[in-house]
Write a protein that binds this ligand. Structure first.
Ligand code: TMP
Length: 212
């Protein structure tokens, strides 16, 4: 492996992760690093097809276990074809969501369980963990406002689930971060994108120091 780091952004719906992932990628590029900005589900042609199957499912949609398997399959392709090669050549990888989304959505809110999700991740992706997972948290009222702004009446199969489901996702993320304070940085997603970005940069400062 080279000097690149693997950073994942996580959080519930409308937390501002995608904006922050893009802003961080821009800053790192400006500092001269090679950066691969990617997302889940997705990040390879095959995983993008699985993304469509998950977010716009055929028929009556997927059961909880099938959904967890599909996310794990998309991730296995993403890790093998995009993330690992990038890290091996020393690039930074910034992923908008990774396995902790499966742990919170399918494992926690979807009741598949954390052990099962971790087992699928071990089989599919060798259990790869980011160097740091940045959990962007916003309160529930803000999440509902941002969802309404983002999706209107046109939410996808997962974003459109009940308020209780999304509350359980938020709680599951919070609990995961609480159990692994070294692996997670919990960031307040409130305020302007620039304000949130300053918090993100503070969280990854130690990685940047070791590179300059
Ligand atoms: P996005 O809206 O952040 O692009 O993510 C797509 C949706 O997929 C979002 O509702 C979160 C959900 N998701 C899971 O349920 N499990 C996962 O493992 C991932 C990566 C995403």
């Amino acid at each position: 492996m080279g000097n690149g780091r693997f950073i994942a952004f996580e959080g519930g719906e409308g937390a501002g992760k995608s904006t922050q992932a893009r802003m961080l990628a821009d800053i790192l590029e400006q500092r001269g690093f090679e950066v691969v900005l990617t997302r889940e589900p997705g990040g390879t042609p095959g995983a993008e097809v699985i993304r469509n199957l998950l977010l716009d499912p055929p028929g009556n949609g997927w059961g909880a276990e099938a959904e967890a398997l599909l996310f794990a399959a998309a991730r296995a392709d993403h890790v093998a074809r995009t993330i690992k090669p990038a890290l091996e050549r020393g690039a930074w990888v910034i992923s908008d969501r990774f396995v902790d989304s499966s742990r919170a959505y399918q494992g926690g809110a979807g009741h598949v369980g954390d052990e099962a999700v971790q087992a699928l991740h071990a089989i599919g992706s060798g259990g790869l963990r980011p160097d740091l997972t940045i959990l962007v948290e916003i309160d529930e009222r803000r999440m509902l406002e941002r969802l309404a702004e983002r999706d209107g009446d046109d939410s996808d199969a997962i974003g459109g689930r009940s308020r209780e489901y999304h509350r359980a996702v938020g709680q599951a993320f919070h609990d995961l971060a609480g159990r692994d304070p070294d692996g997670f940085a919990v960031i307040d997603g409130g305020g302007s994108p620039d304000e949130v970005q300053a918090r993100v940069l503070a969280a990854i400062e130690s990685f940047l120091d070791t590179q300059s």
